[in-house]
Design a binder for this molecule. Structure first.
Ligand SMILES: [Zn+2]
Length: 247
């Protein structure tokens, strides 16, 4: 997962993140907009409204745009409210229209939150939502689709094993969002900054794209953190963390 950091100029701290605070968990939001994470972060930092968030995630990347040791204005419970002061506030992009790119953004957010929970040694009980701090129905689309479903997605990433034992020829479901790989038919690409350069065939692409995160592949060989998989006649590397299910 790509994490991009944009620094908020300290001259804007008084508007965007006035207080140094200790964090106790995460507050999840939906942007109710259709802009990318970079666009949301740049708009937020560029205006002078007391409206801000620590990070924003779309279908490609997480953008961290405020220091995590400071407060923000996202959860609607005032400068010293628990949501604004004690939570890392994370926005999920593309919630206005929804669809595939929102689904991918939500999935990447679940991955990002699992990463943060591991980093801070927190459990799933630390994942909260805007609605817990004020009456706003936010994250609206995530709530429409099911809050428990979202928590389960985070849990899946949280509990995933670092090592997966796979036998020759065993099938797995891969949870690699198509946009995540940046793969374009006929292009060579680098998966997740690794050096293995793979050739993407149309059948690989269509499998991942059409089957929505659950492409089936045949495993040839496994090692720590990476698995070499074969999709029809093609083969490519994936991280074990991208394996959703061993069949
Ligand atoms: Zn919100």
């Amino acid at each position: 997962m790509q994490i991009t950091r944009i620094n908020c100029p300290s001259s804007k701290y008084s508007i965007k993140c006035p207080d140094v605070t200790t964090k106790e968990g995460i507050s999840v939001h939906n942007t109710a907009n259709d802009a990318s994470a970079m666009a949301e972060a740049s708009y937020m930092l560029g205006n002078n409204n007391k409206c801000s968030f620590h990070a924003v995630v779309d279908n490609c990347r997480a953008v961290e745009c405020l220091p995590f040791d400071r407060s923000c204005f996202a959860s609607g419970d005032g400068r010293y409210g628990k949501g604004n002061a004690r939570m890392i506030n994370i926005e999920i992009c593309y919630s206005k229209s929804g669809g595939q790119r929102f689904n991918d953004a939500e999935k990447l957010t679940a991955q990002y939150i699992a990463y943060l929970l591991k980093k801070y040694n927190w459990g799933i009980d630390r994942v909260t939502k805007h609605q817990d701090y004020s009456r706003k129905y936010c994250p609206h689309r995530t709530l429409d689709l099911g809050w428990q479903r979202f928590l389960d997605m985070v849990k899946m990433y949280l509990n995933e094993r670092k090592y997966v034992e796979l036998k020759q020829g065993q099938a797995v479901e891969i949870s690699v969002p198509f946009y995540h790989t940046g793969a374009v038919e006929g292009n060579r690409f680098q998966y997740d900054n690794r050096t293995e350069i793979c050739w993407i065939h149309s059948n690989t692409k269509s499998l991942i794209k059409n089957d929505n995160l659950t492409a089936r592949a045949i495993v040839c060989w496994a090692e720590a953190e990476r698995v070499l998989v074969q999709v029809f006649d093609d083969q490519f590397w994936i991280k074990t963390s991208d394996i959703a299910k061993v069949l």
